[in-house]
Write a protein that binds this ligand. Sequence first.
Ligand code: SAH
Length: 222
Amino acid sequence: MTEQREQRIENLVRSVVREFQETARMTGVAAADPAVLDAFRRVPRDEFVPDAGTGQAWEDRALPIGHGQTISQPFVVVLMTQLLELQPDTRVLEIGTGSGYQAALLAELAGEVYSIEVVPELAAAAASRLQRLGYQNVQVRTGNGRDGWPEAAPFDAVIVTAGADSIPPALVEQLRIGGRLVIPVDTRWAGQDLLVCVKQEDGSLSERRALSVIFVPLVGRG
Ligand code: SAH
């Protein structure tokens, strides 16, 4: 690793840590988890974005990945990951593979990652990228993520990385009791509320709003 690249990563980590502090009252998360930050340092974001040489990969912002889609802002990716409270044996479902970056970060911290992407070209590119980078605990498939991945259910955690108009019922069904769902849901105005939900004994969801976010839309009907 070049010194410059390492420096850029550390600068980005610092800015993510600062954003955790600045949003703590809203997110209910006091600070970035060192284990999540270490995982973040290990995932080569520059392998997941175009124009790798420009250094843009290590700025705290979303970037285009083609097909009108974006790789999310690092702070939001780290926050959503932390909100899932992953353990080494956690089985996670991600909706919206995109570049595969979030899936890689999940794979660093969880046991098994299942990720669904609706654009076949993005799914194929992400799957081969993840394989090339050595992530063996991630499976990617093309499909409508609103239906979830019934054969692999139940999941301990579900993360949706596109803005949903409402919570897709299949994703709740496929979440185990006590499992966590992190999902951006459209507000009446612009953008989404990032919701952190926990599945209750009776099958219902507790919901907490953690942040205002802007994601590309979750397409298709549930
Ligand atoms: N997590 C990605 C970024 C997500 S961008 C990353 O780390 O790079 C949102 C992605 O959700 C886009 O790639 C978009 O094509 C996908 N998407 C939108 N609607 C979807 C649906 N119904 N099912 C699966 N994927 C969907």
